[in-house]
Write a protein that binds this ligand. Structure first.
Ligand code: AMP
Length: 629
């Protein structure tokens, strides 16, 4: 590591006419050290060696400047996060802004960028190649602090031009290697095969504390950098749960039949024992949007946050829910619910089809018309936090009991009317339940019951389908809540043809009435090393309005413009159906889909949860005749 020694001149006068000079040496961490380490990690297959290298680097940064934030920033940036998760600030620098800045600084042409991007599929790697040919004079290599300052300024910048010039300023000062990792950091994905959990382990090793203590602090405060500082300061145990940052969602594993579900839930306490049946709760599987609601925190009364499965704050899109849950604070302490947002028919007390809910998912401003056309409710099925305590470690049966009593207490309070009275809204008046005859309950409790046999599950499945729900969920009654895990404690049963969740990587302009519209999508699945590999192309299945919205979005999120084809930021997820899968070298995944059609846009899913090449292989193998192109 190379360190720069800085001399601080504090010009605050202590007495008239005098200035104090600090001679204390602070060695500020350079981004170059992080970039170099990141590049080494990308080529290091051993998890153990990776962890040791990260731990050593974090410890070195800490020792060099124990009082600074450097060690925390180092951990945060290495995880590919410009800001801590609990920090609401955003860089607001998408791939298109970054690629323009890269063109400006490197002097490269669109065609060159396009070539490099195609070669690497990664803006940072493309940047490295484009900048390597440029002769530069290196005067001021950026420190971690410099980068933190630039990020702060970017988050506060009012115009795209101001943000772009900050990015250009950083890239100007960066070596090709620094630029490579700066770009990756700003994109929010380092692609060095280092997950946050590995960095947490390295922090623990560097500070010689228990990994569990680090992980716990990160979960409670959602701040990797603060956890690093706590680890060195010995204050991890003082971390307290803060609301208003998303916790990970627990996910379910698929089963194909009620029998398989019963078998999965049959435990053998000891080898050779007869299997014992594990008590399991059964709920309908609703086809809406998974969400976590935080509300009723005494320190911020009335504040409500709704988070989607991809950890985005979607509160604005559901003003009715925000309104309803803001009323909860008079009747309960801080709460975190897990559940499903559903379009709801209040007359029949049934969920509306997902396609109806989808029409309002990406809207930020929700009109009265939309509120009336697609009324929404929150169907709660789990309680993650209540009475000042996280409940994740408590068994489901206890969480369920508490959920039931909370919902009962809030009945008649978590309400909002179908439409808002514009005059009342203008006068800043709030419509309270009781005063408003149309106030509707927006918090519903998902019915749940214990089941034992495959027959019972089969009947419940048929009933759920008759209510137009997707299928059923089975959840082990003794299971703890495992954030972000797809374990075997939750099972989902939905019998249908396999579909794939894929991410759009590029689009072509259509023909005929779709001329000028990006309507033919190329999409990818995820390889084991995190790379996105294309698996197919599709152009049918979406409505004209959806296609228009996707097209506008892709125009704004173009990474590489090749005229007829645009490579776009891999952020939009589609669920696609197909007749079968064949082996093919047309796409990088080695597979192609026959007769693919788009079932729906899945903006509720994060890219990290799209299907994998492994899953494609599995479906391929399960086909009776395995077609090869
Ligand atoms: P999938 O999207 O097919 O992986 O299925 C998992 C999703 O099912 C979750 O993310 C939820 O959005 C949804 N879901 C619907 N009903 C329930 C329920 N009762 N419990 C848990 N998840 C549910």
């Amino acid at each position: 590591m190379h360190w720069h020694t800085w001399l601080y001149l504090d010009v605050t006068p202590i007495e008239e006419g005098s200035a104090r000079i600090f001679t204390g040496e602070e060695r500020m961490a350079l981004f170059a050290d992080l970039a170099k380490l990141a590049d080494e990690l990308a080529h290091e297959p051993s998890r153990l060696k990776k962890r040791a290298a990260i731990a050593e680097a974090i410890a070195a940064v800490h020792i060099a400047a124990p009082e600074s934030e450097d060690a925390g920033l180092f951990a945060l940036y290495l995880a590919g996060m410009p800001f801590a998760e609990a920090d609401p600030r955003k860089l607001n620098a998408g791939g298109s802004l970054l690629s323009k800045a890269l063109l400006a600084v490197s002097g490269a042409s669109q065609a060159e960028l396009s070539r490099e991007y195609k070669r690497h599929g990664d803006l940072g790697a493309a940047g490295f190649d484009l900048l390597s040919t440029r002769a530069t004079e290196r005067t001021r290599p950026p420190t971690l602090q410099n980068i933190a300052e630039a990020f702060t300024a970017m988050a506060a910048a009012r115009t795209t031009a101001a943000r772009a010039s900050l990015v250009e300023g950083l890239l100007q000062r960066a070596s090709p290697l620094e630029a490579k990792y700066l770009l990756k950091l700003m994109v929010g994905d380092m692609r060095i095969g280092v997950k946050q959990s590995l960095i947490e382990e390295a922090i623990a090793a560097a500070a010689q504390v228990a990994v569990a203590a680090v992980r716990n602090a990160v979960m409670l405060e959602a701040d990797l950098s603060a956890a690093t500082e706590r680890a060195f300061a010995g204050t991890l145990a003082e971390a307290r749960m803060r609301l208003f940052h998303p916790l990970g969602f627990m996910l379910a594993s698929p089963v194909d039949s009620p029998e398989e579900a019963v078998e999965r839930f049959a435990a053998k306490p000891h080898e050779g024992d007869e299997p014992e049946h594990v008590a399991a709760f059964l709920e309908d599987k609703y086809d809406g949007m998974r969400a976590q609601i935080h509300c009723s925190d005494a320190s911020q009364p009335g504040r409500v946050a709704i988070y989607s499965r991809n950890r985005e704050d979607v509160t604005e899109s559901f003003p009715e829910l925000q309104e309803a849950f803001s009323r909860v604070s008079e009747h309960a302490g801080a709460l975190i619910f897990d559940g499903e947002i559903l379009g709801w028919d209040f007359d029949t007390a049934r969920a509306l089809p997902f396609a109806v809910l989808a029409t309002r998912l990406r809207r930020k401003r929700v009109s009265n018309e939309l509120r009336a056309q697609v009324p929404v409710v929150f169907m709660a099925f789990d309680l993650m936090f209540a009475e000042s305590a996280l409940l994740l470690e408590r068994p489901l049966k206890e969480r369920r009991n508490r959920l039931e009593s909370v919902v009962e207490k809030l009945t008649g309070h978590a309400t909002a009317s179908i439409i808002v009275d514009e005059r009342a809204r203008n006068a800043q008046a709030v419509l309270f339940a009781g005063e408003e005859s149309a106030a509707l309950s927006r918090l519903l409790l998902a019915p749940s019951r214990l089941v034992q046999s495959a027959d019972e599950i089969e009947r419940a499945y048929t009933d759920a389908r008759a209510r137009a729900n997707e299928g059923v969920m089975l959840k082990a009654a003794d299971s703890i809540y495992q954030p972000g895990r797809r374990g075997l404690a939750w099972l989902k049963l939905k019998r249908e043809l396999a579909t794939l969740d894929v991410v759009v990587t590029g689009a072509e302009f259509g023909h005929g009435k779709r001329a000028g519209i990006l309507s033919d999508y190329t999409f990818a699945v995820r390889a084991a090393n995190g790379e996105l590999l294309n698996v197919g192309k599709a152009y049918s299945g979406l409505t004209d309005a959806e296609i228009a919205e996707m097209s506008a979005w892709m125009m704004a999120h173009t990474l590489v413009d090749e005229g007829f084809f645009r490579t776009v930021e891999p952020l939009r997820i589609l669920e696609v159906a197909f007749n079968n899968i064949m082996r093919s070298d047309r796409h990088a995944s080695g597979f192609a889909l026959r007769f693919p059609r788009i079932l729906r846009i899945r903006d509720d899913k994060p890219v990290s949860e799209i299907d994998t090449v492994e899953r494609v292989e599995e479906i391929y193998q399960s086909q009776v005749d395995k077609p090869v192109e």
